[in-house]
Design a binder for this molecule. Structure first.
Ligand code: DGI
Ligand code: FE
Ligand code: FE
Ligand code: FE
Length: 188
């Protein structure tokens, strides 16, 4: 599947606003890949597809995750907002035969992050947060950091996300904490 095919596919299944977000993530991911020495094509494709099952029902997402158990399956014990990420990877693998492990992991972990993220995983995690259509408190700070230091930008995103979840007394998926701890220990 190439980027144009991916774009057509998501245009058909996503509402306009989510389609525009996905195109923004694709473009931002391509720019980050160029800047940080990643595979631009793969970054753009992963960005385009990352939210492909966002509007599937919780029952469908849960069934997909149960059908293909893995390290991501524990997300079923946490917020249902996490489910579209691993389910999206399962979907593009089964429906479109995409088998690149790094691309699939970038989709699986685009919402939560995890420790020891690959370059592509960091790029998609960050692009999802800072693409041009995003507008929430603190996003500009992360955009600025992304121009200078990828790890620092990912760490800032994790810090802001965790803080936001705590402020609303919501659960935090353990892999999100692990991602934070992994990167905070690398900062001087
Ligand atoms: O699908 P998007 O809206 O583009 O963005 P996303 O896939 O990053 O979803 C983010 C949502 O997930 C946001 O509303 C916060 C929520 N969320 C719930 N629990 C957790 C969580 N995000 C993280 N990183 N960790 C959690 O434990
Ligand atoms: Fe998402
Ligand atoms: Fe995100
Ligand atoms: Fe997204």
């Amino acid at each position: 599947m190439n980027i144009d095919e991916a774009k057509e596919t998501i245009k058909a299944v996503l509402p306009e606003k989510r389609f525009v977000h996905s195109v923004g993530v694709s473009q931002t991911a391509g720019e980050l890949a160029k800047k940080y020495g990643g595979d631009e094509e793969k970054a753009r494709l992963a960005g385009m597809l990352h939210d492909i099952v966002k509007y599937f029902s919780d029952a469908e997402l849960k069934a997909m995750i149960l059908r293909k158990p893995g390290t991501w399956s524990d997300c079923l014990q946490y917020s249902d907002k996490l489910w579209h990420a691993p389910a999206g990877a399962i979907y593009v693998q089964e429906k479109y035969g995409l088998n690149d492990a790094d691309l699939l992991n970038a989709i699986i972990y685009h919402t939560t992050g995890r420790k020891h993220m690959s370059l592509l995983e960091k790029i998609i995690f960050l692009a999802d947060y800072i693409e041009p259509n995003r507008d929430f408190p603190g996003v500009e700070e992360v955009r600025e950091a992304a121009k200078r230091d990828l790890d620092h930008a990912v760490l800032l995103e994790l810090q802001k996300t965790i803080t936001h979840l705590l402020s609303k007394q919501q659960s935090v998926y353990p892999k999100t904490f692990e991602a934070y701890n992994d990167l905070v220990q690398k900062q001087i």
